[in-house]
Design a protein around this ligand. Structure first.
Ligand code: 0WD
Length: 269
């Protein structure tokens, strides 16, 4: 018996086995959860996700482009048919056009900004609204954010502004859905090599910075984000809502380069 025995939910944002959503889903399944998945529409995307979800016998794999209201509504209707009600929903989605994220924030285009905000921020609003339809007894919604929304992180550019808006959305959604006993939280993960991460710069260099600066003197493991995400979605976190939980080896608490000063002096950084 795991802590998710009898619990059912929907996971949005698995692209491949490197995805953070997959790391969290694996932990949920280990703990006994029944998990349905969405994939970006298209045969190629479906095949990619199906390669992961078929072997675990997932009951549901549905297409969903979060830019389309009707896709989101249909995905949740399918989840409702398959599971009755939902206990948890994981939103692990972000996107920005590559030219708009590679350029300085000051140079990003209006269209790129709108697209990035739509897919990376508004998607949580529409997902939460639809999730609530199938959470008659309350539930837990989790999204993924990054420290680049709180402070300037070289290379994160426009996505940092999206994450700031996402963090604020978590708080307002937690307030709005609180009376329905639905919790809304975010995990702020340290850098992990994934498809999305490859768009925002040099993951190795960023990982090296975390090793040099963070109190734990290392970067996080994918598995640790999996466990913390699972915790936030579970009843163990029943008193937590509107929260951004940093799973980053403590990097966010630093106000100076800390022990990295020695490496800088030695010319290693
Ligand atoms: O270091 C990292 N990887 C971190 C990621 C650190 C901290 C936070 N995050 C966040 C990301 O910003 C994102 O919100 O975690 C979330 C998941 O990102 P990921 O696991 O790093 O990346 P990936 O495996 O690429 O999953 C993101 C997925 C998309 O993948 P691709 O690469 O195909 O764009 O978001 C989904 C898609 O599956 N996605 C969409 N889903 C529905 N509708 C859409 C869309 N329009 N666009 C992208």
């Amino acid at each position: 018996m795991g802590i998710f025995s009898g619990k059912k939910g929907l996971v949005l944002g698995v692209a491949n086995d490197y995805s953070i959503a997959w790391a969290i889903a694996q932990k949920l399944i280990e703990q006994g959860a029944e998990v349905g998945f969405t994939h970006l529409p298209g045969d190629k995307m479906e095949r990619r996700v199906r390669k992961l979800t078929d072997p675990i016998g997932a009951k549901l794999l549905v297409p969903c482009d979060v830019q389309k209201d009707e896709d989101v509504a249909a995905a949740f209707d399918r989840a409702g048919e398959a599971f009755g009600s939902l206990d948890f929903v994981l939103h692990s989605i972000a996107f920005a056009p590559i030219n708009d994220i590679k350029c300085p924030y000051a140079e990003c285009s209006r269209e790129g900004f709108k697209t990035a905000m739509d897919i990376s921020v508004y998607s949580l609003v529409i997902v939460a609204r639809n999730a609530a339809r199938y959470m008659p007894n309350g539930g837990s919604i989790l999204t993924l954010t990054y420290f680049g929304g709180e402070r300037v992180v070289q290379g994160y550019n426009m996505m940092g502004v999206c994450k700031a808006a996402l963090d604020a959305s978590v708080k307002y959604l937690a307030y709005d859905l609180g009376p329905k006993k639905i919790r809304v939280n975010a995990v702020s993960a340290g850098p992990i090599k994934t498809l999305a991460a490859s768009a925002v710069g040099d993951a190795d260099a960023l990982g090296g910075l975390y090793e040099a600066v963070s109190p734990l003197q290392r970067n996080i493991e994918r598995e640790e984000v999996g466990s913390s995400g699972m915790f936030m979605l579970s009843d163990l976190a029943s008193g937590i809502t509107g929260e951004v939980l940093h799973v980053d080896c403590g990097y966010n608490v630093m106000g100076s380069p800390g022990r990295a000063v020695e490496a800088i002096k030695a010319g290693k950084l």
